[in-house]
Design a protein around this ligand. Sequence first.
Ligand SMILES: [Zn+2]
Length: 130
Amino acid sequence: MLAEFKKTLARDRTRMTINGFSPLGLVEMTRKRTRESLAHILCEPCPTCQGRGEVKTPQTVCYEILREILREARQFNAREYRILASQQVIDLFLDEESQSLAQLGDFIAKPISLQVESEYTQESYDIILM
Ligand SMILES: [Zn+2]
């Protein structure tokens, strides 16, 4: 790991010397490439998006949860459902999506409760059957 890092720096120095008299554009290009390779060595994929660079919106996660509860309600006979999710997702269920949640609760005729899990990423959730 450290050796790889040193190698990159050495490579970088060489490139900067070679390109020392090049037009500014070329030097900038070299610098950009170096920064990318350093990031590649020093970083790891984002745990929230797994390196995709995008995460599902809280709205999308809300709908996924509602669909999953509907699926589970057809399959199992739970007394009650509890949604464990991030603050952003729970906030949506308490506000803009409160009607969708109430409608689903009426439809399956089971209570659905909410619980914030501060450790959860925006995309992660659990549905507990009680
Ligand atoms: Zn990410």
